[in-house]
Ligand binder design. Sequence first.
Ligand code: FAD
Length: 405
Amino acid sequence: CFCQVTGTLDDCACDVETIDRFNNKEIFPKLQKLLSSDYFRFYKVNLNNPCPFWTDHSQCGLKYCAVKPCTPGEVPEGLKSSSYKVLLSHIVYITRFVVGGFLSLNVSPCSDETRQALQEWKKHDDESDRFCMLDDVDSPESQYVDLLLNPERFTGYKGPEAWRIWNSIYEENCLCVEKRAFFRLISGLHASINIHLSARYLLDENWFEMKWGHNVSEFQLRFDKELTEGEGPKRLRNLYFLYLIELRALAKILPYFERPAFHLYTGQPTEDNEKKKLLLELLHMAKSFPLHFDETALFAGNKKEAIKLKEDFKLTFKNISRVMDCVECFKCRLWGKLQTQGLGTALKILFSERQIEAMPNTSNTNPSFQLSRQEIVSLFNAFGRISTSVRELDNFRSLLSNLKQ
Ligand code: FAD
């Protein structure tokens, strides 16, 4: 089958067959269970940010491009209050800092302006750590979306508008030192989106129902070697490369989630504890993967080069996450934002090895390395998309072999 990618991946000691086995039998079923939980299915996003790059864009009028946000009653109370809890812990932290400074130096307490400046600094520090733009979840424009009710699938969004987005993302490439790695990540993401729309294609529609399912010829058109001037299989290999990068990030972030102070807080203690247990099982599984990608080989070089590379990656990925606000189809924008944020978070983890290792294994609630709920939800859901794509390749292989018989 043209989609039977085989052998070792470039720059990795890993072969495709090992990933297929590991993903389809072990990771995929556990991940699906985790992602259907309340903590991971409700994602807060601002789909109304203006496009910062061009003004001549319209909104997609197709009904499959629409997103249905949650009504307030649909979101668990605990989740709604958790952003206030985080805000409160920051206020407590800053107050301690201000009051502590006042007591030890015997100087006047900070004015409102200074306190505000401290908050701005904190925001700036958090921002400078990131590889993507995150929406302001406290803005009235941000809304919760139930990802299970708004699945990534065929929407009909195509033509020059969709091409403009892909082109501008690939064009970001030229800023980057490690061009090849960058291209493979984006191409892997592009392949994953196109596998999803082929696997959940609108096959039939009438007054009563819509039939969604695998469209083998759509898949073939996009990935068959003969029909894509040899590019299709390379694109599928890039999907596996992206898989390895995100899997590596999950393996590395285990200590952050293992801290007793970390909770998947939704306000339902039994469910929250169960889901934390499941999450840790999944991360241990990710860590046990025998052929992990060695990112030091890829991002090698002297310290100066490594710092430059990190800054280049950050700038590039921040720009890509801004481009997502220009996607006219809301459903594509939702999943595009989520997946670029997830990849940005994976890169943040891979580039923060020292901070993660230095994290105390105590109940410290303010470790030097932090992830927001938005980053956590996007990281796992983005990996969920890639894992599903790898699984879908198996389904397409069976469908294609059945067709041949
Ligand atoms: P496109 O996929 O638009 O590709 C444009 C050109 O890029 C191709 O001709 C090819 O030369 C090159 N290319 C294609 N794939 C790759 C790759 N993997 N690596 C490198 N180069 C490649 N549509 C949906 O139905 N559902 C969705 O959820 C959805 N989400 C989207 C999210 C985003 C952020 C964007 C930009 C688009 C999304 N789309 C979605 C649209 C979809 O990706 C395609 O753009 C659309 O189906 C038109 O496909 P096409 O055949 O014209 O080629």
